[in-house]
Design a protein around this ligand. Structure first.
Ligand code: AMP
Ligand code: GLY
Length: 409
């Protein structure tokens, strides 16, 4: 009897629960949401299980993994020490340099004058980041120097992101396709999952503001077959070695966000958790036992190798009116039964709750995720959009060009 607790409430956690549930006897999600089976309000620290999997970065940065381990629980997710990789971009960039991981040239600043002096030496595109967590919104990429200067002033004054912006990171602007690679780590070793590509901008053609992610697909038919090996050798292995050198026993996901630049792959960032929405297409492709793999990682000794189906998976995020700038919630979601009946399509729920009549309604920006699966990316795209068409609520919006880059090849 294997029981797993997943912490979190979004589409990533729905996917984790679904795939872990293939081999676990019971999966409980806290706090979950009304679209995720077995959601509970009981906090993780009051639950018992053979394995705890922590989904989002905020509880990791807050030390939930440490508190659970102090209770003697088996936890997949780094402690607060390792979670600094995502909690502080300046700390992360410093670690890249110490570990020799290829990344954009950068400087970290707490004062306006030296920050602007550094910026004046850079050429467009200008990249300005908050040091701390800003729910995916703390990054500005712009060709407009005065906009970049204004962002530096606003971040450092605390008016834009409060304490999260009290240190800014100014980076060299890189170009090239972006790739997400998840490394499952046991403290000293790692195994990589199949790569995926996210779509961060709100609108078609990569226009509009950055979001948490509007869609993704896997596999990447255009990617160099040596990509994963390169990520392992140039990023994950030196990072784990440097973390160990700093006394950090990192058991969880290292999510490598990289850009394939004309000068080779460069790391944009690490996240300390599975990426969302990419996880929702990567995990369903796993054919081996995910519970076993995460338990091994959490115990400090990975011995199994994950295997993947050749199927293509595509996710289209259906977002609420106004997301990401001014999200309206509370709209009743229509067409769920019809969408779920589309062959090759399935749904993972993110920002949803129920109204007094028990109907599911929107409760967040990224509300409903539609996943299409097929033998090719084209088949998966067709299944996903056939199901998206069945869904509706006032102001629902989604991108129409997910995986276009893969289909063009
Ligand atoms: P991050 O939160 O660091 O992943 O940044 C969010 C997004 O901003 C990335 O997915 C990229 O699209 C973009 N970005 C971040 N850093 C750079 C950079 N140095 N050059 C160009 N674009 C970047
Ligand atoms: N897919 C972007 C993120 O999880 O941060």
């Amino acid at each position: 009897m294997t029981r797993v607790v997943v912490v979190g409430s979004g589409g990533r956690e729905h996917a984790l629960a679904d795939v872990l549930g293939r081999t676990a006897d019971e999966v409980i999600v806290t706090p979950g949401n009304p679209g995720i089976p077995n959601s509970t309000d009981t906090p993780a620290t009051e639950l018992d299980a053979d394995l705890f999997v922590i989904g989002p970065e905020v509880p990791l940065v807050d030390g939930l993994a440490d508190r659970l381990r102090a209770q003697g629980k088996l936890v997949f997710g780094p402690g607060a020490d390792g979670a600094q990789l995502e909690g502080s971009k300046a700390w992360m960039k410093d670690l890249f340099v110490a570990a020799g991981v290829p990344t954009a040239e950068h400087g970290s600043f707490t004062e306006v004058d030296p920050a602007l002096a550094f910026l004046s030496t850079m050429t467009a595109p200008f990249v300005i980041k908050t040091d701390g967590l800003a729910a995916g919104k703390g990054v500005l990429v712009t060709d407009d120097r005065s906009e970049a200067e204004l962002a530096v002033r606003e971040y450092l004054s605390g008016s834009a992101f409060g304490a999260a912006g009290s240190t800014v990171v100014i980076e060299e602007g890189l170009t090239g396709p972006e790739v997400s690679v998840f490394a499952v780590c046991d403290g000293t070793k790692a195994v990589l999952l199949a790569p995926a590509q996210d779509h961060k901008r709100a609108f078609d053609g990569d226009a509009g503001p950055n979001t948490g992610g509007m869609g993704a697909y896997t596999p990447l038919p255009w990617a160099d077959p040596g990509l994963l090996e390169m990520v392992m050798e140039q990023a994950i292995e030196p990072t784990l070695a440097e973390l160990s050198r700093r006394g950090i026993d990192y058991r969880g996901v290292l999510y490598a966000g990289l850009m394939l630049t004309p000068n080779g792959p460069k790391m944009l960032e690490y996240n300390v958790r599975f990426g969302d929405p990419e996880t929702q297409v990567v995990l369903p492709r796993i054919e081996s036992d995910l519970v076993q793999l995460l338990m091994e990682a959490a115990s400090g000794n990975i011995v199994s190798t994950p295997t993947f189906s050749d199927d293509a998976l595509v996710i289209v995020v259906c977002a609420s009116e106004g997301y990401p700038t001014s999200t309206r919630t509370g709209d009743v979601i229509d067409g769920l039964t019809e969408a779920q009946a589309v062959e090759g399509a399935s749904i993972y729920f993110a920002g949803v709750d129920r109204n007094e009549d028990g109907a599911l309604r929107t409760a967040g920006g990224r509300a409903v995720n539609v996943i299409g699966r097929g033998a090719t990316v084209d088949d998966a795209v067709a299944a996903a959009y056939a199901a998206v068409e069945k869904l509706s609520w006032p102001g629902m919006h989604h991108r129409n060009d997910i995986a276009k880059q893969a289909r063009a090849r």
